[in-house]
Design a protein around this ligand. Structure first.
Ligand code: HEC
Ligand code: HEC
Ligand code: HEC
Ligand code: HEC
Ligand code: HEC
Ligand code: HEC
Ligand code: HEC
Ligand code: HEC
Ligand code: HEC
Ligand code: HEC
Ligand code: HEC
Ligand code: HEC
Ligand code: HEC
Length: 420
């Protein structure tokens, strides 16, 4: 209803009341003996300020000082505040509003608070809502400031919980720096869905209004990661997920902080230098795919490997021992004593892989000759082998020949092999 119409109505009411039992209009209701404090507070409702009481309290004819309202509770306020009717048409209407209980929040006469509210800021809400949800250990900035209405419309809105903005826009409207994060290429699915999957908008037991501290908050959804592996990776075991992931989003797959191999090299610097400075990088290492062989979270295998690979240097032969390598390579390289097809590491038909690896006792592991990451020699032959408990660096010099190779090693006299 337009302001002037409201005043017209009050004017009409004043005139209408001029001849009633109280004599000179509603002013009679308020005097030093009766309703003396009416109109004395900081904020006075329009018609009360005009000392027009009977526009709402209609005197019952022939009864002394008995009143009814000019309309039912649900219609009383809307009778003048025509525009407030719009709130009822919204998708989500606050329960006291839809019940017509406007006076649950507004005093019809006066109050010390603007809009003649029955409390200031959050205290108004706490008249009906229990405070426990809003007073846990870590309280959200605007809630601590008592500013519920910055997020909720007290009457109604088009959004669930009478939110002022759609849930997916609400948080970013203040946390503008997160808009950039949300534009990154790999966004954590629950973050994309809604922030309140992890953060309570009001208050919560752990920092950042989370349910629990990290990494437990992650395990809440990623249960399988909570299982203790046999071989642990220290940054994971200590629960420091953020050493590698940003929980919200990054430009790299799995929300890693950096491209995979660069990430690993930030801690494994020595290996990073080895790889950078070597002329021959093993296929997956060349591709930066450390995860082709390692499980960064922990594993049941030595060195966090995805498949079994022996810790020891010597052991009885069993194809299963080299399951890690045979993920990608022919698992029969060392199977037959004689071959002209299984491997190029042969002298004539004598399979030199078989000779070194396939033994009842003291078969050599692949790592006796090959480097899994990178080296300067052909065929990923390592430059040296740590030998014995003193870790003597036994040199390995390999030269590729047209139909074979030559090895100068500490294990035996220099030898050559020729396939033809
Ligand atoms: C806008 C409508 C409206 C006007 C104008 C109005 N009242 Fe009220 N009044 C109400 C409502 C509604 C209640 C019931 C209060 C409740 O439910 O909380 C009420 C209740 C009362 C009560 C009962 C006790 C109380 O405070 O709850 C008294 C007394 C009263 N009014 C006096 C007056 C006087 C005197 C005036 C004029 C100065 C006046 N009212 C003007 C709406 C109005
Ligand atoms: C008889 C007409 C009338 C009735 C009935 C009435 N109001 Fe008002 N109300 C007014 C007038 C006039 C004003 C002052 C003009 C203005 O500020 O818009 C006003 C102002 C207000 C304001 C302050 C608005 C502002 O922008 O500052 C609130 C809040 C309010 N009324 C709530 C209520 C509630 C709640 C009820 C029901 C209990 C109610 N009104 C019933 C006439 C009425
Ligand atoms: C849950 C508490 C609550 C209830 C119930 C409630 N209001 Fe309000 N109302 C408020 C608050 C808080 C404000 C101040 C809004 C702001 O700060 O933006 C307000 C402001 C207003 C205003 C003035 C500002 C505006 O939005 O035009 C009017 C008029 C008003 N209310 C009318 C009503 C009417 C009519 C009803 C019942 C249909 C009602 N209110 C029920 C809390 C309430
Ligand atoms: C007069 C009592 C009363 C006051 C004051 C009040 N509320 Fe409510 N509110 C209710 C009732 C009743 C419900 C519905 C039952 C429930 O969910 O608890 C409700 C529900 C809500 C809901 C959930 C709505 C939904 O869709 O489930 C929100 C959000 C809310 N209130 C916010 C507020 C805020 C913010 C304030 C302060 C500005 C406030 N309330 C003040 C009575 C009140
Ligand atoms: C930063 C924005 C924000 C502020 C500030 C805020 N809320 Fe909320 N509130 C929300 C969101 C978002 C939801 C929906 C929660 C969900 O989806 O799990 C909600 C839900 C609610 C609900 C209904 C669901 C429930 O948890 O029971 C009530 C009641 C409520 N808020 C009351 C309040 C009160 C009271 C205040 C002030 C003390 C307040 N809110 C301040 C954002 C906010
Ligand atoms: C009205 C603005 C506003 C809205 C909307 C808002 N926040 Fe906040 N938020 C703040 C303020 C202010 C702080 C406190 C600032 C600070 O401590 O750096 C804060 C702090 C936080 C913090 C803790 C930051 C820290 O460094 O401790 C988190 C987490 C957070 N908000 C999440 C959310 C989520 C989730 C939503 C949506 C449900 C949301 N916020 C909506 C204003 C807002
Ligand atoms: C999967 C759970 C999860 C979701 C969903 C989530 N967050 Fe977070 N958020 C966290 C965790 C955990 C932290 C603690 C900081 C850390 O680990 O880096 C955090 C920290 C924050 C912080 C404070 C520190 C900082 O990085 O600035 C803000 C602000 C924040 N989140 C806002 C949001 C917003 C906005 C959304 C929705 C777009 C959201 N969060 C969704 C888990 C989540
Ligand atoms: C509310 C549930 C929830 C919480 C809490 C949660 N996540 Fe997730 N996360 C998911 C869902 C759902 C996916 C997508 C399905 C999947 O890969 O399991 C996902 C996927 C991921 C991915 C892979 C993303 C990709 O690109 O495939 C990473 C990494 C991740 N989460 C890390 C974390 C970390 C770290 C935390 C704790 C800070 C965490 N998550 C907490 C639900 C959650
Ligand atoms: C040392 C770095 C590192 C740490 C610390 C780390 N992660 Fe990861 N995480 C990775 C890498 C690398 C991937 C990608 C694995 C892949 O693509 O195979 C990954 C993938 C994930 C995924 C996707 C699903 C999966 O299992 O591949 C989830 C979920 C995940 N991490 C959660 C966590 C949680 C929770 C923590 C903390 C307990 C954590 N991560 C700690 C490096 C790490
Ligand atoms: C935040 C630092 C950090 C990051 C990032 C990191 N690591 Fe580690 N990693 C360690 C520490 C500390 C150890 C234990 C000491 C050591 O062996 O250097 C370790 C040990 C290892 C081990 C040997 C485990 C054992 O018990 O034998 C492997 C394999 C490994 N990391 C692989 C990786 C891979 C692959 C990545 C990248 C996905 C990576 N690391 C990223 C800190 C890190
Ligand atoms: C082809 C499989 C494979 C790939 C790909 C791979 N590794 Fe390894 N890694 C191994 C094997 C096998 C060992 C154990 C070597 C041993 O027993 O001496 C190992 C050992 C390690 C170790 C323990 C210390 C050391 O140097 O022996 C770290 C750290 C490590 N790798 C990190 C990485 C990183 C970082 C990447 C990616 C750049 C990566 N690995 C890629 C197979 C691989
Ligand atoms: C994830 C797949 C993968 C795994 C696992 C793997 N490799 Fe490789 N390997 C490759 C690819 C791809 C090449 C070819 C590119 C190159 O020369 O690095 C290759 C090449 C080689 C070569 C050189 C072959 C040639 O003809 O030049 C040797 C030797 C080798 N790998 C040994 C090993 C050993 C030993 C293991 C186990 C510790 C292993 N690889 C595990 C993928 C793998
Ligand atoms: C005694 C040293 C030695 C050992 C132990 C060894 N290799 Fe080799 N391997 C070589 C040499 C030398 C070549 C190069 C053959 C050529 O191209 O002339 C080679 C070549 C390869 C090739 C390339 C394809 C082929 O067969 O020619 C693969 C794959 C390979 N080795 C895997 C392995 C695996 C897996 C193990 C462990 C089961 C292993 N090697 C153990 C010395 C060794």
């Amino acid at each position: 209803m337009k302001r002037h119409t409201i005043f017209c109505l009050i004017a009409v009411a004043v005139i209408f009341n001029a001849g009633n039992v109280y004599g000179q209009g509603d002013a009679q209701c308020v005097n030093s003996k009766c309703h003396a404090d009416m109109g004395t507070k900081k904020y006075v409702h329009g018609p009360v300020g005009a000392k027009v009481c009977t526009v709402c309290h209609v005197p019952t004819p022939d009864k002394d000082h008995e009143f009814t309202f000019f309309a039912a509770k649900e219609e009383l306020c809307l009778g003048c505040h025509e525009t407030s009717r719009d709130m009822m048409l919204q998708e989500h209407v606050h329960s006291p509003v839809s019940d017509g209980n406007c006076t649950g929040c507004h005093d019809p006469h006066q109050s010390d608070f603007q809009y003649t509210l029955k409390g200031k800021a959050a205290d108004l809400c706490y008249n009906c809502h229990k405070t426990d949800k809003f007073s846990k250990e870590f309280v959200h900035g605007p809630v601590g400031g008592g500013d519920c209405n910055v997020c909720h419309n007290p009457h109604a809105s088009q959004n669930i919980n009478q939110l002022e903005k759609a849930p997916e826009e609400l948080c970013l409207s203040c946390h503008v720096e997160m808009t950039e994060t949300m534009g990154k290429r790999h966004v954590h699915p629950p973050v994309k869905e809604k922030c309140t999957n992890c953060h309570d908008p009001h208050s919560n037991a752990a920092q950042y209004m989370l349910d629990t501290n990290r990494p437990q908050v992650c395990f809440g959804c990623h249960e399988n990661l909570a299982v203790n592996p046999e071989v642990e990776h220290p940054p994971v075991a200590s629960g420091d997920c953020s050493a590698c992931h940003n929980v919200h989003a990054t430009d790299y797959p799995r929300m890693l902080l950096e491209p995979l191999n660069e990430l690993c090299f930030t801690c494994h610097e020595e290996l990073g230098e080895l790889v950078d400075n070597s002329t021959h990088k093993h296929g997956p290492v060349q591709d930066g795919d450390c995860n082709a062989c390692h499980n960064p979270h922990g594993s049941e295998n030595y060195r966090l490997l995805k498949k079994y690979f022996p810790h020891d240097f010597y052991m009885a032969y069993n194809t299963e021992n080299y399951a890690m390598c045979f993920e990608c390579h022919n698992k029969d390289v060392a199977l037959d004593e004689k071959t002209s097809t299984l491997t190029d590491f042969r002298d004539g038909e004598i399979n030199l892989h078989y000779l070194h690896v396939n033994k009842e006792v003291k078969g050599r592991s692949c790592k006796a000759c090959h480097q899994s990451h990178a080296t300067d020699q052909e065929k990923h032959i390592r430059k040296s082998v740590p030998y014995g408990s003193v870790n003597w660096d036994l040199p390995v010099a390999f030269t590729k020949l047209e139909d074979g190779g030559s090895c100068v090693v500490g294990c035996h006299a220099p030898k050559e092999y020729h396939r033809k």
